[in-house]
Design a protein around this ligand. Structure first.
Ligand SMILES: [Zn+2]
Length: 256
């Protein structure tokens, strides 16, 4: 760590120690430290513009495609889930879970669908894009928890009760965010977090960037942990150009 980064981290920790209500925003970067690719990385699609079906990956993973060609959407959902198989939460997730007890509120808003924050032990998690392991029937609503898609008998899987197609409770591209989670996020923001940190996300979605921007404009301390600059970097009082897996355990130890 260079001198400037070290000073910045110390200043960030000093602010965090004064905080009582912390909002943490996480994205693909924190799970990438567990070896997971982002959507664009699915099936090695990173350098290609279109999937073999001739659509952009976002279109394959969209609600519109799921209604018309659930087989295509499921193919990529399956690939997405398979890349996470055998991977688990890392030291970054664990450090966040361990930090929780030092604060009155410690809410994690995550865009990740891998469930790693809950697995690590965090109790106040808003999974704004859902959780890939929760499957539900599109007709009767029956829900089941599937940790490993390779155990599914067919793709797309069918409901045991009514034989309709089943899908994960994730927000596909072009779909609305889940109402309950949006309400929880609004409630958390309304309570006025006194420290906001953004970790491993480019914050490309407006609802992900908004809490950082709002905090910065209200004079609330903000920290960004990301190796490169992002949409919210300008709003970070404490920009830490490192990976979550490296810096979060240091912060957690400093809170002891
Ligand atoms: Zn059903």
């Amino acid at each position: 760590m260079d001198g400037e980064n070290k000073a910045s981290l110390e200043a960030a920790i000093a602010d965090l120690k004064q905080a009582q209500r912390v909002l943490v925003i996480t994205g693909a970067g924190i799970s990438a430290d567990s070896g997971l690719p982002t959507y664009r990385g699915v099936g090695g699609l990173y350098d290609r513009d279109l999937t073999e079906e001739g659509f952009p990956i976002e279109e394959c993973l969209s609600g519109g495609m799921f209604r018309q060609r659930p087989d295509i959407t499921w193919k990529y959902l399956y690939q997405l889930e398979s890349t996470a198989r055998g991977a688990g939460h890392n030291a970054g997730h664990k450090a966040l879970a361990d930090m929780e007890k030092h604060f009155e509120r410690f809410t994690i808003l995550t865009q990740n669908v891998d469930g790693f924050h809950r697995d690590a032990g965090s109790t106040d998690v808003i999974e704004i894009h859902g959780n890939i392991h929760t499957l539900y029937c599109t007709a009767c609503g029956a829900e089941e928890w599937v940790t490993d898609f390779s155990h599914l008998e067919e793709i797309p899987p069918k409901c045991e009760a009514c034989k309709a197609i089943v899908r994960p409770r994730v927000t596909l591209f072009d779909e609305w965010l889940p109402e309950d989670d949006v309400a929880r996020l609004e409630h958390t923001v309304a309570q006025g977090p006194d420290f906001v940190m953004s970790i491993g996300t480019t914050a490309g979605f407006p609802y992900i960037a908004a809490p950082m921007i709002h905090a910065a404009n209200s004079g609330i301390s903000t920290m960004e942990i990301n190796p490169s600059e992002t949409e919210v970097s300008a709003f970070a009082k404490h920009p830490i150009r490192q990976r979550g897996i490296d810096v979060l355990p240091k912060i957690q130890r400093a809170l002891q």
